[in-house]
Design a protein around this ligand. Structure first.
Ligand SMILES: *[C@@H]1O[C@H](CO)[C@@H](O)[C@H](O)[C@H]1NC(C)=O
Ligand SMILES: *[C@@H]1O[C@H](CO)[C@@H](O)[C@H](O)[C@H]1NC(C)=O
Ligand SMILES: *[C@@H]1O[C@H](CO)[C@@H](O)[C@H](O)[C@H]1NC(C)=O
Length: 158
C-alpha cells in the first residue's frame, strides 16, 4: 500500500512547476516566405518579460528560404536587444508549430545571478492567427488579447 501510494505520487512531484512565475510573450510574429524571390527570409520575432525581476526585451531571428527546415536556431541564440536573453526553437515543424524556449540571466540584488529557462508551445489554434496568402507566403501574429506564458522549467544559480 505504501509503495503504491508513493508510485502514484511520483509523477505529480516531478511535474511540480517551478516557484518562479511564467515569462510572458507579447507581439509574437512569424513569417514564412513563398520562395519566389531569393530575398525573403523566415522570421520569428517576439517581446518577452520575466516577472521575477521585471526584465523585458525583444528578440528576432531570421533564416534563408533554402534552409526552411534546418535554419531555425537549435541552440540558444543571443539575438535579443538585451544580451541577458537568448532563445531557440524546439520541435520545429513550421513557423506556426514549434516550442519557444527562452533563457534569461537575471541579476539578483546581492550581485549573484540566476539563469531561468522557460518554454511554451506555439500553435495556430490558440496562440497564433495566421494568414496564408495565395502567392505562397504566410504571416502569423499572436492572437489579440491572448496571453502566451512560458513556464519556467529550470533555474540555475550562477
Ligand atoms: C538564388 O540564390 C542562389 C544561391 O545564392 C543562386 O544560385 C540562384 O541563382 C538565385 N536565384 C535567383 C532567382 O536569384
Ligand atoms: C517590444 O519591444 C520593443 C523593443 O524593446 C519595444 O519598442 C516595444 O514597445 C515592445 N512592445 C510592447 C507591446 O511591449
Ligand atoms: C539577428 O537579428 C537581426 C535583426 O534584429 C537580424 O537581421 C539577424 O538576421 C538575426 N540573426 C539571426 C541569426 O537570426
Amino acid at each position: 500500500m505504501v509503495a503504491l501510494l508513493s508510485l502514484a505520487l511520483l509523477p505529480l512531484a516531478l511535474a511540480r512547476p517551478s516557484a518562479s512565475p511564467a515569462f510572458e510573450v507579447t507581439n509574437l510574429y512569424t513569417f514564412e516566405p513563398s520562395g519566389r524571390d531569393n530575398v525573403s527570409v523566415y522570421r520569428v520575432a517576439f517581446n518577452v518579460t520575466d516577472p521575477s525581476d521585471g526584465g523585458a526585451t525583444s528578440c528576432e531571428t531570421t533564416w534563408p528560404y533554402a534552409q526552411w527546415d534546418t535554419g531555425y536556431p537549435h541552440e540558444f541564440l543571443a539575438n535579443c536587444t538585451d544580451k541577458a536573453w537568448s532563445f531557440k526553437l524546439d520541435d520545429y515543424q513550421d513557423v506556426w508549430d514549434f516550442v519557444l524556449d527562452v533563457k534569461h540571466v537575471s541579476k539578483k540584488k546581492n550581485g549573484k545571478k540566476i539563469k531561468r529557462f522557460a518554454k511554451g508551445t506555439v500553435d495556430a489554434e490558440d496562440i497564433l492567427q495566421c494568414t496564408h496568402a495565395g502567392s505562397g507566403f504566410s504571416i502569423c501574429r499572436q492572437r489579440e488579447g491572448v496571453a502566451f506564458p512560458l513556464d519556467v522549467y529550470k533555474e540555475v544559480k550562477v
